[in-house]
Design a protein around this ligand. Sequence first.
Ligand SMILES: [Zn+2]
Length: 359
Amino acid sequence: MLITPLLLRRMCLALPFYAGKTRGIFQDFGIPPSNAIVDVRAFNVVDLTSHKSSHKRPRLLFDLGVRKDPLNYPPAISAFFAAGIYSVPNDFKDVPELLKQGGIPLASISAVIWSHSHFDRIGDMSRFLNSTVLVVGPGTNNELYPEFPDGVLQASDFDGHTVHELNFDETNLTFSGLQAIDYFEDGSLYLLNTPGHLPGHLTLLARVTPSSFILLGGDSFHHPGQLRPRPHLQTHFPCPAHLLHATRSSISTDYFSSWGTHARAFDLQSRAEPLLTLSDLPNASVYADPARAKVSLDKIATLDADPDFLVLIAHDQSVAGGIPYFPASLNGWKESKWKEGLVWRFVEEDSPAFVFNAV
Ligand SMILES: [Zn+2]
């Protein structure tokens, strides 16, 4: 399980206002122009290089990963660790430890944003200073153990922190059909309403240059094959020829097809919908509301198809090794052409995300 907590820091570029004479394509999605940006860094929660920082700008964390002492989750979760179904490595360092090791004081973390309240996101809020605000989406589960014996949250997840539950009724911003809140009120960072996986599920849209963005999709979906391929994406990011060739035989035509597929040769190029769907099996889907999750996913897909947006989710194993971890910044993704290298990795047979063979 790959979980990628993210650190974000607000910055401001000394550039002329982007609106100027040229209109950015991002404006077609409803996103206003701005020169304010955030710096985005991803944590590999197993490995970290030492880093010193003297910046005093506000820092946010988007998700915290798993807590270090998982037996201290409420029983509904800790039972899985006690039974060995889930485990954390012996040398596991949680986000507060990684921050400390990286020279970032916990006092500089102004807020933790939970994409949602699953155990692999909430970490251990008791390890953060009371000055760190906890931001959650609307309708986030508030049934606490032990009052609710099956509760997956407990008082220590909230105690001492100001909890800010977002209200999307108060915003007029809508990007590609997704309600958006301008977190710093300067266009640098937006929180998007993407329910479906859980009530209150949030997605983060970070402006990393005046005209390019990183979308942190949390668990709005879990596998890149649920997002891709889509015709628009193939227009802007055509699948490389060698991969198109390899997928003719590596992707099973028993389960996957398109109008161009024939004689047991899969055709990715003519595939008009994603390879995988979001499960809607009753009581077996990881999506509390699969229909709403699909609506959120389809809207995110319009951004994924656009060259100005890099979409990252927490469980995408194909991303490992494709983006640099903290202390490197992700902000240069577009000029570094990382997206070109990432979007089709999941159909490479040696990618850990490859699941399309008949066996
Ligand atoms: Zn989840």
